[in-house]
Design a protein around this ligand. Structure first.
Ligand SMILES: [Zn+2]
Length: 212
């Protein structure tokens, strides 16, 4: 797991705050503040890394489920779609993706999964809400969702989602502080600035203390 952590950090896919108060921290899309950030795009944009990740997924699947492969692998558009494509290629099965709706739910609208065993893959798990929506969409379309869920980076504290084991390459819980509810976060209280991570990656990963 440490090996994957280091590889993700080197690739610019993962950043974890080191406690240095001068270092900024992450302002998440939903408004929360966090001491870490995972950007799955840095992985799926790199075909070699994508292949390594999916090979590890395949091995983890076989350890858990043996040699009975799914009929289809499904991820959510767009972050997990390349994972589904590559894992499906390796498993020799069909692939598909769910699409987010304006109400926050997921819809499986392009693929007929009736009667099929479907494996769900995710790039990142935070609260589990997205994964739960994918599972519900597959089930609503008549598919049977396999017991386990494969996740590249599990930033939640959960090891199972509604009884389904979460099999992740890296399980590293990250904190998220809801400043709208609590007024502040511990990193803000120490003087660290909250910044949008993708646009401020250099500041997040800079060497501290900086000169000048
Ligand atoms: Zn903060």
């Amino acid at each position: 797991m440490d090996d994957w952590m280091n590889r993700f950090k080197q690739l610019g896919a993962l950043w974890v705050h080191d406690g240095e108060p001068k270092r900024p921290h992450a302002l998440l899309t939903a408004g929360g503040h966090s001491d870490g950030f995972f950007n799955g795009s840095r992985i799926v944009e790199d075909p070699t890394m994508l292949c390594h990740v999916v090979t590890a997924f395949f091995a983890a699947y076989c350890r858990e489920e043996g040699t009975v492969l799914p009929d289809r692998v499904i991820g959510s558009a767009h972050g997990a779609t390349p994972l589904a494509v590559e894992l499906g290629r390796m498993m020799g099965c069909k692939i598909g993706w769910t699409e987010p709706q304006s109400d926050g739910s997921m819809l499986l609208k392009r693929f007929d999964v009736r009667g099929q065993c479907v494996l769900v893959v995710e790039d990142v798990m935070t609260s589990g809400a997205t994964t739960r929506s994918i599972i519900e969409a597959v089930q609503a379309a008549g598919g049977a969702v396999l017991r386990l869920v494969l996740v590249v980076f599990n930033r939640s504290r959960m090891t199972a989602l509604d009884g389904r084991p979460i099999i992740s390459l890296v399980h590293h819980p990250l904190n998220e502080w809801k400043v709208q509810q609590w007024g502040t976060c511990p990193l803000c209280a120490q003087g660290s600035e909250a910044v949008r991570p993708k646009a401020n990656w250099a500041a997040l990963t800079a060497d501290y203390p900086q000169e000048g």
